[in-house]
Design a protein around this ligand. Structure first.
Ligand code: F0G
Length: 458
């Protein structure tokens, strides 16, 4: 029996990549202040920094790009996107945005007042940043299993319903302008949320009259996991599952740079006509007219095609098997990861791999530096640099529960032999891991410091 599905495509156009020498890599990372965000991409061999906007578009998408309609208002490309949006998400209204955080900014600017709380399973960094920037407090209420990396709960991204109910009771529904859930749960290992959980979360929010929004970057991967893992869904298509998911929501936003297989784009969708009108006003002020929202017509055309391709079963089967291959191979080699392997990324448990480096010395930065030095691999810390914050009540530094390094896998881009190379490099690092040292921060920005921080090895 064939265990591993091969790529359901062949390669028509290639982009060369090079591994610069060890000496050059040492110089490059030093010049970048030991922050992999500040490297030149050309100095990277295998780039796992993000799965966002980095995927390969299909011939159908490139074809659509040539046919993009650049009319300022009412472009044909907008209506192509609208057709796909109606088919998949079924919201009454939507606007395109240039990416996910533009949608988050609009939503936060309209709904979040200082002192408000926004619950989610887990917020990702830009969502957190946009809520905090308006004086709001993002709150993570994922199930406890999410913090146990070895726990194989099939729906580890689920919201803890008891925590959510207690939280709403304690803070008061009037202080919660909207509630959300992130599918899949990026900050918690790319783990899916079950349809049952989405249904129950929606019912709970609605019982308090709190509007329910879904952060939808990886909704297609989440739909695939539901098909594979949730009783009663194996005979449904990812499209049917997606439709059911969104039938429970009052709104959604998406960074289309993930599951819609485009290099730029996003949307904000709602059911309320009143809110839609306000969104249009904000959009016009900062992004563009509501039928293009800061994108070119050709981007909308590629997005319309990508939304549908992202739900194709052979693509999703290959995609999730690829991630799983990387994750299970690392586990077999004794490298701890967040289990089970997620959808878009493998999260190496740097805290457990490097127990001699304490949280305030950033084990994730130590590992991501080692991966670059040893093999030209770029992977991103998702730990204390990204998520530690000073609690506004106690003034204390709160560290996240896990110190992870995320290898986000661009869509349709790397082949099995790229992954075998990466596995070899990581096995080599594991052999000499006790020699790795921590880092200290020499510069940091007040919000989202991970993008621009500079470090020095200890
Ligand atoms: N929500 C989630 C769950 C995300 O993962 C991201 C982006 C966003 C919102 C914001 O979207 O980048 O288009 O503005 N995540 C990327 C990542 C950057 O690497 O995980 P954006």
């Amino acid at each position: 029996m064939i265990k591993h599905p091969a790529e359901p495509f062949r390669i028509k156009s290639v982009e060369p990549i090079h591994l610069i020498s060890h000496e050059e890599r040492k110089k490059a990372i030093q010049a970048a202040g030991y922050n992999i965000f500040l490297l030149k991409a050309e100095d990277v061999y295998i780039d796992f920094l993000t799965d966002s906007g980095t995927g390969a578009m299909s011939q159908a998408q490139w074809g659509a790009i040539m046919e993009g309609d650049e009319s300022y208002a009412g472009a044909r490309s907008f209506f192509q996107m609208k057709e796909a949006m109606d088919e998949i998400f079924g919201f009454e209204y939507f606007v395109p945005t240039h990416q996910g955080r533009a949608a988050e900014n609009i939503l936060a600017s309209l709904l979040v007042k200082p002192g408000n709380y926004i619950p989610s399973n887990m917020h990702f960094d830009t969502t957190e940043g946009n809520i905090r920037a308006r004086g709001g407090r993002p709150t993570n209420l994922v199930i406890d299993d999410a913090f146990d990396p070895a726990n194989r709960n099939p729906f580890k991204g689920n919201m803890d319903l008891k925590k959510l109910k207690d939280f709403i009771e304690k803070t008061g529904a009037e202080n919660i302008p909207f509630g959300t859930i992130t599918i899949t749960n990026n900050a918690g290992g790319g783990q899916p949320v079950s349809l049952q959980n989405i249904r129950e979360v929606s019912a709970l929010y609605h019982s308090y009259n709190i509007p329910f929004f879904i952060d939808s970057c990886r909704y297609a991967e989440n739909s695939w996991f539901i098909k594979q893992r949730e009783p009663g869904y194996s005979h449904k298509t990812p499209l049917e599952i997606a439709r059911e998911i969104y039938s429970y929501a009052d709104g959604a936003w998406m960074s289309a740079k993930k599951d819609a297989l485009v290099n730029i784009g996003g949307f904000l969708a709602v059911r309320s006509a009143e809110l839609y009108q306000k969104i249009c006003n904000e959009l016009i002020l900062r992004e563009g007219f509501p039928t293009y929202g800061g994108l070119a017509g050709r981007d909308l055309a590629a997005l319309a095609v990508g939304l549908r391709e992202g739900l194709q079963e052979d693509y999703l089967a290959y995609r999730i098997a690829q991630t799983s291959y990387v994750g299970e191979s690392l586990l077999a080699a004794g490298i701890p990861i967040v289990e089970p392997p997620g959808g878009h990324a493998i999260y190496i448990d740097a805290g457990r791999l490097l127990p001699h480096i304490p949280q305030h010395e950033f084990p994730g930065i130590a590992l991501s530096n080692a991966m670059y030095r040893a093999g030209g691999i770029r992977a991103c810390e998702i730990g204390s640099v990204m998520f530690a914050y000073t609690d506004p009540d106690s003034g204390k530094m709160i560290h996240p529960k896990l110190e992870l390094v995320r290898m986000a896998i661009p869509r349709r881009m790397y082949t099995q032999s790229h992954f075998d190379y990466v596995l070899d490099v990581l096995k080599e690092i594991r052999e000499s891991k006790d020699q790795l040292r921590g880092f200290k921060i020499t510069y940091q920005a007040p919000l989202m410091r991970h993008f621009t921080a500079r470090f020095e090895p200890l």
